[in-house]
Design a protein around this ligand. Structure first.
Ligand SMILES: NC(=O)c1ccc[n+]([C@@H]2O[C@H](COP(=O)([O-])OP(=O)(O)OC[C@H]3O[C@@H](n4cnc5c(N)ncnc54)[C@H](O)[C@@H]3O)[C@@H](O)[C@H]2O)c1
Length: 361
């Protein structure tokens, strides 16, 4: 968990990397991760040539382009990072760019969303298979230290079988009739990859699901039965205040539960006997069974209290780089993960509220 982070200039072996996209998110959260990754950023491409040139200067790439094919053919990188946006019809720009890169024999790291439907994820799977190149999506939630720790906890024998999950994530959906049109659900396509990634990471595949939807904010409550037999709910809390923390996760085991609040506060309620009812003067349980609680300090100039670490950005980029350097497929942010999330998206778009949908048999 607490691996020692190397600085970029300390790595002996680095990957030759190209980057497609010089937008807001990549500037804030992805290019800066390269300070801590085995990456030689050789070229940047954006349709906006001035931006590409500016980002190349800022982040140390020697070349910049406005055409990704030209860049990949000339620079022959080991891998490409793709952080782009949406076509006017709502399709994900990165999906086609990833297919182009695979055709040219280049490994792909792409921001979420991987694609806007299952069929497109399957196309990426086929292209990855035939080219022998990896595709990893930046499912950052799977790399939050607090989420990774929660996963370790629920996998331990002391926790028992994970039996229930609750995720709160503020996300709205338009009325059902509008959801067929892809560009009316861009926000959902954009965000379902966050809670969807956690659901799959923690509980495995969804067997069946249904949801209820309210018309005031477009919020919803979904209920899931997982193939494991566990149950869960996703509360898409549209309408919550902009000053509120966004997320809450709770998983129940057998006599134990774990909670992650706001992405960084982790509480593990270990298996403990409830103090005798009606007779206990203190709520405090014995130290050996007391809850465990973690949260970061924000005083020191540490790596762990930079958002590119606690929001998983550096860890996800390191996972991809290690995977390409060692020739081992990524274990997280896989196309299998993306397919399961795209299945949920298809249910929300294709199944009206109050109806059961079979997601996996
Ligand atoms: N994981 C996260 O925390 C997180 C947060 C914010 C955004 N994102 C994701 O990041 C992506 C980008 O978001 P953004 O806000 O930076 O978008 P943006 O619109 O600011 O940037 C996208 C850039 O891609 C460029 N582009 C598009 N197609 C191109 C092509 N064919 N060739 C070259 N350049 C091309 C555009 O010119 C633009 O500069 C989205 O997929 C979004 O979902 C993820």
């Amino acid at each position: 968990m607490n691996e020692r982070i190397q600085y970029n200039f300390e790595y002996e072996r680095k990957l030759r990397i190209c980057f497609i996209g010089a937008g807001g998110h990549s500037y804030r959260n992805v290019y800066p991760t390269f300070q801590y990754a085995p990456v030689d950023l050789v070229a940047i491409c954006d349709r906006n040539g001035e931006r590409a040139a500016e980002y190349a200067r800022q982040f140390g790439a020697k070349a910049h382009y406005t055409d990704h094919i030209e860049m990949l053919e000339k620079e022959k990188p080991d891998a490409v990072f793709i952080v782009t946006a949406y076509h006017p019809d709502g399709r994900v720009q990165a999906t086609d760019l990833a297919l182009d890169a695979l055709k040219l024999g280049v490994h792909v790291w792409m921001e979420k969303p991987t694609a806007a439907c299952c069929e497109e994820v399957r196309q990426l799977m086929a292209a990855s298979e035939s080219s022998g190149r990896f595709v990893m999506t930046g499912l950052k939630k799977l790399f939050f230290p607090a989420i990774v720790k929660a996963r370790d906890i629920i996998s331990s024998p002391e926790f028992g079988r994970p039996s229930q999950i609750y995720i709160r994530y503020p996300q709205g959906m338009p009325p059902f009739e509008e959801r067929a049109q892809l560009n009316r659900v861009t926000s959902l396509v954009d965000h379902i990859f966050h809670p969807g990634a956690i659901l799959h990471y923690m509980m495995g595949k969804v067997g069946q699901m249904s949801y209820e939807w309210e018309p005031f904010n477009g919020g919803s409550i979904s209920s899931f039965r997982f193939l494991s037999g566990a149950v869960g709910t996703l509360h898409m809390a549209a309408g919550a205040s902009g000053s509120s923390p966004l997320e809450r996760l709770e998983i129940i085991g057998e006599g134990a539960n774990v909670i992650v609040e706001n992405g960084v506060k982790l509480t593990y309620y270990r298996r403990a006997a409830r103090p005798a009812y009606g007779r206990s003067a203190s709520f405090l349980v014995a130290d050996e069974e007391a809850p465990l609680y973690w949260e970061p300090e924000f005083s020191l100039g540490q790596l762990y209290n930079k958002n590119i670490f606690y929001l998983g950005y550096v860890p996800e980029v390191l996972h991809f780089c290690e995977s390409v350097l060692t020739g081992q497929p990524p274990q997280k942010g896989t196309l299998d993960d993306s397919l399961e999330i795209a299945k949920l998206l298809e249910v929300y778009r294709g199944t009206p509220a109050g109806t059961y949908a079979v997601v996996n048999e």
